[in-house]
Design a protein around this ligand. Sequence first.
Ligand code: ADP
Ligand code: ZN
Length: 234
Amino acid sequence: MFGPPGAGKGTQARLLGEALGYPHISTGDILRGALKDQTELGKKAKTFMESGDLVPDDLVDAIVSDRLKREDCSQGFILDGYPRTIPQADFLESLFAKEGARLLTLGIKVENSILLKRLSSRWTCPRCSRTYSENLAPGTVNGLCSRCGVPLVQREDDAGEVIAERLLVYHNTTRPVIRYYRERGLYVEIDGDRSVKEIFDNIIDIVRERTDLQPQLRSPALQGPAGLRRRIAH
Ligand code: ADP
Ligand code: ZN
């Protein structure tokens, strides 16, 4: 799943994972977990993540190859935030060549001005990474995650200059990866300036057209946070 920060790829990757019964693997979530737990990986990734830069390929490649070895990936998986560079795409290809896996890449396209607005009003569940949108001033009492009941937080890298850096990195480093998949006929692009549900329906149609998978649709995942009438932005 491709898309710039704020495009909604995390939300859509999670929904698609639920619909297919596949694990949703987000390298960003794994790295944030490592940072929080202060593991060796977290210590190595810290400075890169805090400045909005990419973590070195060898670290991220190792995360992905370890994760894909787990039993729950045996039928399939949704990758969110990986590969982000051409060497990562080559690495993934070498993993897939061994396993005979097949690949479909989906890209969610959203204009920069909309992304900037979305990111600065984005609230994230620190436990399950669901995101919610609200124009709340930082520091105000915010809502609870509809699933976990824990208070939502604003991601540190969703602020000011770091956002600009992440968008720049995306355009410079990740766009060539999209070209890589487009040239191989494996890339489908989706308009992300629509509701979560409209985008998801579009993704489901594409999955039905391009694969022989049968997504199972359930709607509760599209609800807002507990006790508050908020909408999920992405
Ligand atoms: P977003 O797409 O909103 O920027 P992610 O949660 O996917 O957020 O990633 C957050 C940060 O984690 C990135 O800015 C980067 O530092 C790091 N990261 C995540 N995935 C990768 C990757 N595949 N390669 C290098 N760095 C990564
Ligand atoms: Zn949660």
